[in-house]
Write a protein that binds this ligand. Sequence first.
Ligand code: PEP
Ligand code: MN
Length: 359
Amino acid sequence: MELLPVIKKKNSPITIAGPCSAETEEQLQQTCFQLAASGKVDVLRAGIWKPRTRPGHFEGVGEIGLNWLQQIKKEVNLPITVEVANSKHVEQALKYGVDILWIGARTTTNPFSIQEIADALRGVQIPILVKNSPSPDLGLWIGAIERFYKSGLQQIGAIHRGFSSYQKSTYRNTPLWEIPIELKKELPEIQLFCDPSHIGGNRDLIAPVSQYAYELNFDGLMIESHQNPDEAWSDARQQITPERLVELLSHLVIPRKELSRQKEQITLELLRENINRIDDVLLELLMSRMEVSKEIGIFKRQNNLSILQQDRWINILESRIKTGKHLGLSELFLKKYLEALHQESIHHQHNVSIETLFI
Ligand code: PEP
Ligand code: MN
């Protein structure tokens, strides 16, 4: 795929901001005028049709909101973006001169909807941003991007808005940063945005999540802003006033992607050498551990014992997590690491066991 940038801007990250939903003309004007006047916002956003998980909530003002946005755009001269979820939305958004379309998380989940939108866009040149699906499935995210590309669009970007999880967590939608990193590996030229509002679900998390995204070289942010966040008709807890948004942006540090001075390069290389050496030792140690696993595998085969010994596994998990946490490692990492280690160990035990059986 030969993708082009959705928004052209040199040297500093892009900011897309605006309310979760367009509610009234006054609310939209006040918020957007303030955001535009700050000079810190590159694109204005507002939800016109709102995909609510359960019925009985505010589902957006519809077409009238596009009219309000069109008037605002004339006054402030900033591009506007809205979410589209079907071909009718596309038709209306185009009629009112929307500059950039975005695809919501729930829509990315459904290839039928994506195809319907892609078909409606055939022959139209408009930039589009695709949010990830709520399930941690990179295929759905890339699949949606491919469908738009096949229908002739080239200005396609991605928005990382986190992933749903049944378990309660600090985040409304867990970031699982490895997924957008993988997306960037598959599509290096794609412009990638972070939506800290929907990841955090809470005002206090917007700054740390945004900084994290900058550290990972994201191209920009999409942040929900409302002139009176507590009274917002949707996503009240995660919206911030335009003033707060400007303050927050001024506190974020924009890291450089490349090393410049030679001294920096030397220091970093020395530290990286240390990491490389430690990784080598770790790998050797892991293999020594697997050698012992193999011996255990042979022993279990000879004594006809099953490989999985539940009590021992639970004991390993609990004791190593305790030690690891004490050393300063996170529980989430320790769990993932121990599970992977256990699987690999079972795999080695099974292989030697099979060899002994069939020779
Ligand atoms: C939104 O941006 O307001 C929205 C509905 O987001 P998502 O599709 O990420 O849930
Ligand atoms: Mn929202």
